[in-house]
Write a protein that binds this ligand. Structure first.
Ligand SMILES: [Zn+2]
Length: 138
């Protein structure tokens, strides 16, 4: 490698650190401003949060997961969305995050219902975190 390659590698690592660091900071901000809720409280919030995104609340169900590694995920089952939330992470912000994924990312899923890693890391997750933390729709 010539010296210019090291500079480019350094700049790339710096940009990646800033990009993912900013996501972590926004995620932490969202977690801190949104207190933990009961399942019943989240179910009561669901219609209003759906309405903010123009989604039909009748197509959504909250499922609490006890043995989840991730905070949450959403799955589509017979035209109805299930918002799976880790019991340790029952917060309105997590509900908003997953609802945003169902609105913004549904057209980017492959035939098995998954999105590409690049799309997830650089588009879907940052957008959902921005919505979760600040209510910004991109
Ligand atoms: Zn997400």
């Amino acid at each position: 490698m010539n010296p210019a390659d090291y500079v480019n590698l350094g700049n790339t690592l710096l940009a990646a650190t800033i990009f993912f660091g900013a996501q972590c900071a926004c995620q932490e901000y969202a977690d801190r401003k949104s207190k933990k809720c009961s399942v019943e409280e989240l179910e009561a919030l669901l219609p209003g949060e759906c309405q903010k995104l123009g989604l039909n609340p009748d197509n959504y169900k909250i499922v609490v997961e006890d043995n989840y590694i991730v905070d949450g995920k959403c799955t589509l089952d017979d035209g109805k969305w299930k918002i799976h939330l880790n019991r340790r992470c029952l917060r309105a912000s997590k509900l908003r995050h997953e609802l945003y994924h169902t609105k913004a990312d549904v057209n980017h899923l492959d035939s098995e219902g998954r999105e590409s890693l690049g799309y997830y890391l650089f588009i879907a997750e940052p957008r959902a975190i921005l919505y979760e933390a600040f209510g910004i729709e991109l």
